[in-house]
Design a protein. Sequence first.
Length: 156
Amino acid sequence: MKKMTIIILAIVSMVACKKDEKTESETVVKEVKVEEAAKTALVEVGCYEYKSDGNIIQMEITEVNKNVIADLKIAYVEKDASLGKFVGTINGDKLLGTYTFNSEGKESLRELAFMIKENQLIEGYGDLNEDGTKFKDVKTIQYTSTMPLTKVDCTK
């Protein structure tokens, strides 16, 4: 009888341990999902815009997942406008990505950086590599609010 009691207690203990392992792994998965949601909640699908003195910058964010994907139009006074796609990632309160655009009939690439602040995207500026397409060091980018893109209702 003692052997039977010991065997039953051993089985119950093993089953209880298995339940704890499952609960622990479920907790880890839930924590990771919450962290990912918090990471992407800084920007939302929608439109961000700057308009002043004839200068227009319009960004329509169409997807916020692992990457942030947007249509971007930049039109400065007395310069050719550019229209293209922005694909970037969020790191803390910064959005860094590549802008692939057409200007003067030619496709070009350029790295862009934005600081995410409340309902605004504030463009960052810094030293670029020799061909002017990427930042030399993203840690030295300076963010200026002279032309902030503010969240607006999308109008089509």
